[in-house]
Design a protein around this ligand. Sequence first.
Ligand code: GTP
Ligand code: MG
Length: 462
Amino acid sequence: MPEPKREELKVHARRAVLVSVVDRREKGVHADDLDEMRGLAETAGAEIVGTLLQYKEKPDPATYLGKGKLSELAQLVAASDADLVVFDNVLSPSQGKNVEEITGKQVVDRSEVILDIFATHARTYESKLQVELAQLLYMRPRLTRMWTHLERIEGGIGSGKGPGEKQLETDRRLVDTRISELKRKLKDVEKRRERLVASRRDHMTVSLVGYTNAGKSTLMRALTGADVYIADKLFATLDTRTRKWTLPNWGDVLLSDTVGFIKNLPHHLVASFRSTLEEARHADLLLHVVDASHPDAEQQIKTVNEVLEDLGIEAHEPILVLNKVDALEDRSLLDVLRGRHPNTVSVSAVDGTGLEKLTQMVAERLGDGYLNVKVETSVGNGKLFAFLSEHAEVQGERDYHDDRVTLTVRIPRRFANVLTDDPQNVIRNLDGTPLKLKQDDIEDDEDYSVPLSASGRGRENA
Ligand SMILES: Nc1nc2c(ncn2[C@@H]2O[C@H](COP(=O)(O)OP(=O)(O)OP(=O)(O)O)[C@@H](O)[C@H]2O)c(=O)[nH]1
Ligand SMILES: [Mg+2]
């Protein structure tokens, strides 16, 4: 797929007036109600030439803005010589069209700005497919307005004249065909990724999630040395990167960095990025990275939790990583966040503060996922040795007795059955007592018999 051409982007290099309608009841909730939109528009490459904010209980059904504000907007657009109006709200197709008629300028909404950014930042085959799908899903109900845009994407449909009903129908069919094609391709990618994620099951996995610009990629680099892209931009990362992370005195885990979240994320965008978030879905532990120096940190935490829930990602007690503490002027804000949330750790991915503590916390949390046991088996059990060398850590000396050998092993709990199912093995705790797996690992306590006692069968058979 080609890079998006600048002229295909709606926001890039345009003189934009930013508009936001904020629910009156939420006045004062955010530090600055246009701050995030400003960041989005700038990341998308707009020049901001004016802003307009309205506090209103309910948006106007026809024009989103109220009447008075609408004529104010028209004046502002004219006075600032803007050529684009950017709404920080999600507009219906007809609302967009009506505001366009009144201001005489093109209107885009928050979704389109985000789509523009995604289109510019998409690098891999997968993310390009995902972005195109999201764009088409967004565009489909708006075909009448976007006809010229569609023409560019499909390489010139029809004669270039305005769309009649018939033309629109043809366009819709073309879009639908492309949508099914993209979905099919993404299904394949998704399957491949599922297999990949499944193949990694011999390592524990940790995923970084969080609001866009929270510092996930910076943290990834600080922890693993991975050469990931970092930028003071929204949605710098669109693809998932996975790297080995060595926890001292513990072992290796796989750490994944992925796309950030944002409030009012267009729904089809979230849906399109499902496969990218596959790693997070299967992670043994989530690190929820927060920009603690951001005035809206609390809101952003809430948004991320909502998106995770929407995506069906079970965030089983994530560790809340309060990042950018170096940039925090008022440390008491940190105490507020710590007081409100369990499982927090304060770090700076830039100067390294707290990273050791974070690493310890992760090791502790994952520690529960491992078994430390003594495995007694026959010396000829090549299959087991091969398995252990791939999936477990064998510690200390091997202890030989006739044709039996005992090893001290650290192994992911999910492989415990590989050890216990093999009748050649005798599994004991480090202190020599018979192994009893934790209650929640046992489906039916009655059925689960600890294979052999210390004077077990293996010895007798020997
Ligand atoms: N002061 C300070 N800045 C940080 C810290 N961590 C990250 N940053 C800065 O925050 C900006 C965003 O960092 P990224 O690591 O790209 O953030 P991200 O969460 O990966 O963002 P997206 O990929 O866009 O979702 C960059 O300018 C970083 O240099 C930190 O601990 N302290
Ligand atoms: Mg990133």
